[in-house]
Unconditional design. Structure first.
Lengths: 295, 310
């Protein structure tokens, strides 16, 4: 009896071992990646629960409370308009997260579309699309984002557009390369043979095999986009006042570095921990998803 | 070799045309009438029409593009709305500051990045290696402009040993470029640590290194003469490409440290909506980026003969 039990158990656990589970098991062993995951999850929770956690209204001006150093009433001090910095940092997580996720999704969408079509069909379609990619790739990332924001004018939607447009080229190249390498494989040929349509083959058979590098790159890209948003807001062409954004808070603090250093320190720490979280998680995912990619 | 160079240069032509189309089209993104933006709402329709005609804005798109391209080919990148000066002239005035800043950042990043990277590879799994790996991961997550402000805070309030803003007058005063250079180069430094470490680890396991050791050469000679030469090829490539990227990143650093370079010029143009300047600087930096990449590719082919046959 006991022998039978054991066999069934082994069989069961063998069956439930999915790619997802394997990845999770490997990821769990990597302490730095877990720390990254912790930071990312914390950011998401803070953004979602901002209304509950924040002790003050982030945009409520209280001139009497101007430039107060950190105290029990104001954990991170107040800014020149008397707004509570701790509350602004908490609400700032929302702007960072939304912009990071939406802009990355736009880049991902354009990149997948261009990369998949380019790689799958090849020929002149590929040539034209890759030349367009080369052109966008030729601009320094941040400079192109600055230029687009200056011409479009600052607004939340325009930040999505600008950062989405400058970020897609890497995805397109990555996906094109992956698609080319799997499209000649036997199982894709088999799918052709049974009469599957191109769109179905690309979506069902080719794309799943490109998933690992995309997940890794996307994770790290969110961090890069958050850094870029902070830079744009710092220059005055990103998130507009009085909305709480970490980059904007740093811009507002730049005239008070020596009088009110707390205004400068906390927003930077918030950006750093957020970007670090995405980078550590992305790095850990690279090792966990595909051990061969390990550097 | 000549064939390879000609081929690479020819490949650039469509890219450069594409870049000029993108920068040209940027003007189309402006919401509203650029003439009204330039002169304010209170001008007569006749004046607006004259200005529009003077700027060639009443011409068809293709004519305007041809005109733009022709001018750009002759080094004319347009005129500033605010300062009424040629953008190319403004750039020429600002380039030295940005170039110095970028060079200082580059030297700091490469020197320390490579050194830490090599030490960490040679003493793999040591305390230093763990520290270097952590540094490589955290360094790229620090916002450049925040690091700059932190350095200003540290040196302006506590240490007082380096100037925290300005260029220190005419000419090149290294001490004024050290803090901004460090802030700008920090993320690159972290990247070089990582790159050097992994490339070094790969090289020191190869046979020729074992041979060198077997001959009884000292560890230092093997690492710094035999291994480093090959380990640094990917670092050199990355450094070339990074240079143009740093010039782009200089905008935030220059703004914080009040250095009057291309970055500060771009920042002023952004805040005053001086569109031709933004357009001209974007085109200029993209061209620099492309040309440096070309040089990197060619020198790479010269250094490593395997590339040419691809």
């Amino acid at each position: 009896m006991s022998v039978n039990d054991d066999t069934s158990k082994t069989f069961e656990s063998y069956e439930t071992t999915s790619a997802f589970r394997d990845t999770w098991v490997r990821l769990k062993r990597n302490k730095l990646a877990l720390f990254g995951l912790f930071l990312v999850v914390s950011l998401i929770l803070i953004a979602l629960l901002a209304g509950i956690i924040a002790p003050y209204d982030p945009i409520q001006i209280a001139l009497k409370e101007s430039l107060r150093p950190p105290s029990l009433a104001h954990l991170m001090g107040t800014d020149v308009l008397g707004r509570d910095i701790f509350s602004r940092i908490i609400y700032g997580a929302r702007a960072s997260l939304i912009i990071g996720v939406v802009a990355t999704s736009i880049s991902l969408f354009i990149g997948v579309l261009v990369g998949a079509i380019s790689g799958y069909y090849g020929g002149w379609i590929d040539s034209i699309m890759m030349r367009v990619t080369d052109v966008f790739f030729a601009f320094p990332f941040f400079i192109l984002a600055i230029a687009i924001m200056t011409f479009l004018g600052p607004s939340f939607i325009n930040i999505f557009i600008a950062l989405g447009i400058v970020g897609w080229t890497n995805y397109a190249r990555l996906i094109r390369g992956q698609v080319i390498s799997v499209k000649e494989s036997d199982y894709v040929e088999a799918a052709h043979a049974v009469g599957a349509k191109d769109a179905r083959i690309i979506w069902k058979h080719v794309m799943p095999n490109t998933l690992a590098p995309i997940i890794v790159y996307t994770t790290m890209n969110v961090g890069g986009v958050i850094l870029a948003e902070a830079g744009l807001s710092f220059l005055g062409i990103g998130v507009q006042p009085p909305a709480p954004s970490w980059g904007l808070m740093l811009a507002e603090a730049s005239n008070f570095i020596f009088n009110a250093p707390w205004m400068v320190i906390w927003p930077g720490v918030a950006i750093f921990l957020t970007v670090l979280g995405y980078n550590l998680l992305g790095d850990g995912l690279r090792d966990a998803l595909d051990p061969r990619l390990k550097q | 070799m000549t064939r390879y160079i000609i081929q690479r240069v020819l490949q650039l032509v469509p890219v450069i045309i594409g870049i000029s189309i993108v920068t040209f089209l940027m003007m189309m993104l402006i919401p509203g009438d650029p003439v009204l933006l330039m002169l304010g709402q209170h001008i007569t329709p006749q004046t607006a029409e004259n200005v529009r005609h003077g700027l060639g804005l009443d011409q068809p798109m293709l004519t305007r593009y041809a005109h733009y391209m022709w001018n750009a080919l002759h080094g004319d990148l347009g005129r500033s709305y605010i300062q009424h000066q040629a953008v190319s002239q403004m750039l020429a005035d600002k380039i030295p500051v940005t170039f110095r800043l970028t060079m200082v950042a580059m030297v700091i990043a490469v020197t320390f990045g490579v050194l830490i990277g090599i030490l960490s590879a040679v003493k793999q799994y040591s305390f230093l290696d763990t520290f270097a790996t952590l540094f490589a991961l955290t360094g790229v997550s620090v916002p450049t402009f925040w690091l700059g402000m932190m350095l200003q805070l540290l040196f302006g309030v506590i240490l007082h040993i380096l100037p925290v803003s300005g260029t220190g007058g005419e000419g090149f005063h290294l001490q004024n470029y050290l803090l901004p250079g460090f802030a700008l180069g920090f993320a690159s430094m972290a990247m070089y640590v990582r790159l050097t470490r992994s490339s070094m680890l790969e090289v020191i396991r190869q046979d020729y290194i074992r041979t060198a050791r077997a001959k009884g050469l000292s560890s230092r000679v093997v690492i710094f003469k035999h291994a480093m030469k090959n380990a640094l090829i990917p670092v050199a490539t990355q450094a070339g490409m990074d240079f143009a990227g740093l010039m782009g990143g200089a905008i935030l650093t220059e703004t914080i440290f009040s250095l009057p370079g291309i970055g500060s010029m771009l920042f002023n143009a952004i805040t005053r909506r001086d569109y031709p300047v933004v357009q001209g600087v974007t085109l200029f930096l993209a061209l620099v980026f492309v040309l440096i990449n070309l040089l990197v590719d060619i020198s790479y082919a010269v250094l490593d003969p395997r590339i040419r046959y691809d």
